[in-house]
Design a protein around this ligand. Sequence first.
Ligand code: SF4
Ligand code: SF4
Ligand code: FES
Length: 333
Amino acid sequence: MELNVQILRQAPDAAPYSQTFRLDISPGATVLDCLNQIKWSQDGTLAFRKNCRNTICGSCGMRINGRAALACQNSVANELKRSLQPQTITIAPLGNLPVVRDLIVDMQPFWQNLDDVNPYVSTAARSLGEGEFRQTPGQRAKLNEMGNCIMCGACYSDCNGKEVNPEFVGPHALAKAYRMLADNRDQATDQRLEEYNSTAGVWGCTRCFNCNTVCPMDVAPLDQISKIKGEILTQAQGLPAPRPIRHRQVLVDLVKRGGWVDERKFGLEVVGNKFRDLRGLLSLLPLGWRMVQRGKFPMSFEKSAGQAQVQGLIESVQSLEKSQAHQGVRSHE
Ligand code: SF4
Ligand code: SF4
Ligand code: FES
């Protein structure tokens, strides 16, 4: 069949440009087959990474028809079903990473972010006495999902949190972080939870779901991030938590109490930390005063009609989250 392959190309220190190649290729061929055919018969300067050709090595990550994917995993026929242009597949380099040339990106920030979460079983476990540190099949099975990661960079490429916050370590790193928390040999749970409890860590995630959608290995990074958040929130009960945690706790608490948010209390409890943070409280005064002047400060609050049902739902979810968090991370039996 006839196919157009439109590739976003870029030489070092030059502006990107689009180039279209025409191919005669079978619908069952992969996108990587298309790139090979272009390189071998039309333009030997086209640069892209590949190795295993079998969804193992993670080298051939790129943006195909607008989303990150592995070139060796996706067929021409399937890509044409997703394409917005007839008989055309568009290819671009991974996002959120600097382009070196054509479809090759510099993976250094990706590896650095992985290193930032300390992705090694803690040394306390490694310094145990002689002999193997055995795990039961059940203990090992808890690591399977995250252990499937092939470090292809697809999740990192399409991560909205990374795009708006360069400090955010990204989904691949946090999936690995949860792998460490779930490993019964690791002895650094408290230290890890403290490190991941920041906007560079789990609170940098905007829950856009892209990482779960594009991951070719079903690692489900967002699910792993949510488990870390659950553990942090379980630990933070009753403590003067940092603002991102307070924001979530107060929101849930107010909706539980009133069926919807009591805006008079929201700022006081999140920013003012229930009168513990005087600077935070003072920072609210100009806004509060402007709201009063314009008649936008709610003087009273009425619970919503379905408050009792809302409260029941929230309590059910909270008790489920609590039991899951205890069974998950803490069951290092
Ligand atoms: S869900 Fe979170 S980690 Fe995953 S891609 Fe979106 S912002 Fe990034
Ligand atoms: S989590 Fe999935 S998408 Fe992200 S690097 Fe690992 S295999 Fe690739
Ligand atoms: S070439 Fe190895 S995953 Fe595609």
